[in-house]
Design a protein around this ligand. Structure first.
Ligand SMILES: Cc1cc2nc3c(=O)[nH]c(=O)nc-3n(C[C@H](O)[C@H](O)[C@H](O)COP(=O)(O)OP(=O)(O)OC[C@H]3O[C@@H](n4cnc5c(N)ncnc54)[C@H](O)[C@@H]3O)c2cc1C
Length: 236
């Protein structure tokens, strides 16, 4: 797909008898029928999908982050269990195990956890409603597309730099939007997505080897020593 700039590849099972296809793949046949694709005669458009991420917010064995009172479990967390890849079905197992150990820790700490301070009211008296909601939708779509194309399965330094350049541009646009218009859920989520995208690209740029799910054309070899690429804030 990358080489050809194609939107999808195709699977073709039309050489098998229709009865065979329908009895072996009844659900997929029915689902695709709804999209106007008859898999006994038509080709099936396919694209790769991401099943999981590696890395995330660093936590200890109880799912505790370094911000007091904040726990992270599941896909968002970096527990150290998975290394540079995930074996099948470990993701859900991790959710269950860490949910349990986090709940145990919360129960133990509960009485000592400080109540959050009262937050100041959000002052939106100086901003107006956006008349250009389409900007958010467009940027959201653009972010998804270039993260998939440049930070997907096969990476290269040039692709990562391209992605970072676009992230910078989008960040600038979103900051401006943020200052002038009322915030909406979509705008907040877009800002969060951009932040996560930036962290993923920065991490990928630091890794000068290919390991697990991280494969880069510029450094196809495996380093002798596995070194995690953990990002910490500058003022930490
Ligand atoms: C295609 C695919 C196949 C997979 N197959 C397997 C498998 O076979 N075995 C396995 O172990 N793992 C598998 N996984 C991985 C596994 O599904 C995930 O690791 C797991 O679901 C993560 O759980 P989670 O609760 O951390 O996150 P999620 O399941 O992503 O849940 C996050 C929830 O938060 C909600 N949310 C997001 N933003 C907001 C917001 N702002 N406000 C309120 N709610 C919000 C979302 O709607 C969602 O319901 C697969 C994943 C994919 C995508």
């Amino acid at each position: 797909m990358k080489r050809l700039g194609a939107d999808c590849m195709y699977l073709d099972i039309s050489h098998k008898p229709a009865d065979f296809v329908k009895s072996h793949f009844p659900m997929i046949a029915e689902k695709l029928q709804g999209y106007g694709i008859d898999i006994t005669t038509d080709m099936i458009p396919i694209v790769p999908a991401a099943h999981y991420t590696c890395g995330g917010v660093a936590v200890d064995k109880s799912g505790k982050t370094d911000i007091e009172g904040l726990y992270a479990i599941g896909e968002v967390s970096y527990t150290g269990l998975h290394g540079a890849n995930r074996m099948a079905s470990n993701s859900l197992l991790e959710c269950v195990v860490y949910a349990w150990s986090a709940s145990q820790d919360i129960e133990r700490q509960f009485s000592a956890i400080l109540q959050p301070q009262q937050l100041p009211f959000w002052d939106d008296s100086k901003v107006t409603n956006s008349d250009e909601e389409v900007v958010i939708q467009h940027n959201w779509h653009e972010l998804r597309l270039f993260m998939w194309d440049y930070v997907g399965i096969v990476r290269s330094t040039k692709r990562l730099e391209r992605a970072m350049h676009r992230i910078e541009l989008l960040k600038h646009e979103i900051d401006e939007y943020y200052c002038h218009f009322r915030v909406s859920n979509n705008l907040l989520e877009l800002r969060n997505l951009l932040q996560v995208a930036e962290l993923i690209v920065r991490c990928a740029m630091e890794r000068k080897e290919s390991r697990g799910l991280h494969y880069t054309l510029d450094y196809p070899e495996l380093d002798q020593q596995a070194t995690p690429t953990i990002l910490v804030p500058d003022n930490y």
